[in-house]
Design a protein around this ligand. Structure first.
Ligand code: GLC
Length: 439
């Protein structure tokens, strides 16, 4: 937003500590990536009421399973999904292999409740997506729900969700753990390189969580499960959206709808930053993850870009969600925004890819990233006519990257603070970027 009235306001910001980054070279791609596409897709998409529809209405398992008969994403085209992500400047896709309704989007031998048994479709979405991602150099991460609203052996009777789904029989928890292990083995064996497994649902069994009404903690056998994953694919990165600090075996820290260190949505209460792991925050493009026909509350392209930049300013990736329509197509509103974000990443992606958090802590008006001796200061709006920053090294050059024009600065000899003159700058509607190269 361009402000016509300029205030004489000097912003002095001191350095913030940098997040340490992963030391595992096989995980370097993840921090290089900074931007990924989250895809929530399954039989719930048919009902157009989000991925929680089974729990929310609630719908009993025997009724819900009728969806298998008419789930027919005939227009699903892995090429289009991957191209949409790639053109937006995204480097990976995280796909719901199995969400809380327990439906498997691949050819699993562990359950009949899967995509191959959809009479009108019967194609393995994970396979088609994996093949296309591998071809296009896009990493594929698989979301895998720990919750299952349709199995009797998922310990629903102590969990916080799924009690309205009509189950009365109480199955054996160990059989559920073995089922998950067998499914994960399939996913990690039959589809080539899987860059990550993204677990979700741990919080269903948090007795103290204000979002759930769980009555006991279950033993998820995480070490066994994580070891299994790493034994099949050592470079596969494990993440778990449990809203707590990562535990051993987890390779990146997930934040849900919050930038690291913020807790605006209430999911990150008490979740401190691990300091030693790469980070990712996931966010919706409208309000819901799975397709919701009445949810037209889409974020603007500018808001999405600002969130992406602020995530990068925290040293984190943004995993931005789409919920394709039941026919398998991504909603046009999302496609349009992704194209527009792609125009920006195409020009200015260098200011986020492979960077770490920079000289200033992300603010509502901007953020900073850095890569080697290059610093990027992103200004979303003009907060004043000067910007003063403490830069530890001597400046070699500085310019407006988006205008490719020079920029004046002065150095305070006593403090070493550098003041940039913003007075005559035509501010960009989305992001004005100062590129600073230091010695
Ligand atoms: C929450 C929701 C789930 C969604 C996830 C994405 O955990 O329960 O539906 O998949 O967030 O982060």
């Amino acid at each position: 937003m361009r402000k016509t009235i300029l205030f004489l306001l000097i912003i002095t910001i001191s350095c913030i500590s940098m997040q340490s980054q992963t030391s595992n070279p096989n995980h370097a791609w993840f921090e290089e990536a900074r931007f990924g596409l989250f895809v929530h897709f399954g039989p719930y998409s048919v009902l157009g009421d989000g991925e929680w529809v089974m729990q929310n209405r609630p719908i009993k398992v025997q009724e819900y399973k009728k969806l298998q008969k008419f789930f027919n994403p005939q227009d699903f085209d892995a090429k289009t999904w991957v191209k949409t992500a790639k053109d937006a400047g995204m480097k990976y896709i995280t796909f719901t292999s199995r969400h809380h309704d327990g439906f498997s989007n691949w050819d699993t031998k562990q359950s009949e409740w899967n995509i191959m048994n959809t009479p009108h479709f019967g194609r393995d979405i994970v396979k088609e997506l994996a093949d296309e991602c591998h071809k296009e150099g896009i990493k594929l991460v698989l979301y895998y729900s720990l919750i299952d609203w349709s199995r009797n052996d998922y310990q629903y009777w102590t969990g916080g969700t799924g009690q309205g789904c009509g189950r009365t029989e109480k199955g054996d928890w160990n059989s559920y753990i073995n089922f998950m292990k067998a499914q994960l083995t399939e996913l990690l064996t039959n589809y080539g390189e899987i860059a990550g497994i993204w677990f979700d649902g741990d919080w269903d069994q948090h007795p103290k969580d204000s979002h759930t009404h769980a009555t006991s903690n279950v033993n998820w056998h995480y070490q066994e499960i994580y070891d299994l994953i790493h034994s099949i694919q050592p470079n596969c990165m494990v993440s778990n959206n449990h809203h707590k600090e990562p535990i051993q075996g987890e390779d990146y820290q997930a934040f849900e709808r919050d930038l690291p260190g913020e807790n605006k949505n209430g999911f990150s209460d008490g979740q401190t930053i691990s300091q030693h792991l790469p980070m990712e925050t996931c966010e919706t493009m409208n309000q819901t993850w799975g397709y919701n026909i009445t949810d037209t509350n889409f974020k603007s392209t500018t808001e999405i870009i600002h969130y992406l930049v602020r995530a990068a300013g925290h040293g984190a990736n943004l995993l931005l969600n789409v919920g394709p329509m039941p026919n398998g197509e991504i909603q046009p509103e999302s496609v349009q925004r992704l194209q527009e974000v792609g125009n920006w990443t195409n020009k200015f992606g260098q200011t986020i890819y492979g960077t770490k958090s920079g000289l200033i802590k992300p603010q509502s008006w901007g953020a900073a990233t850095q890569k080697g001796k290059t610093h990027y200061i992103h200004l979303f709006e003009q907060e004043g006519n000067q910007l003063t920053i403490n830069i530890p090294n001597k400046i070699k050059s500085a310019r407006w990257l988006n205008l490719d024009s020079p920029l004046n600065w002065t150095v305070d000899k006593k403090t070493g603070n550098v003041t940039f003159d913003l007075l005559d700058t035509p501010f960009d509607d989305i992001d004005s970027i100062i590129e600073i190269i230091v010695q």
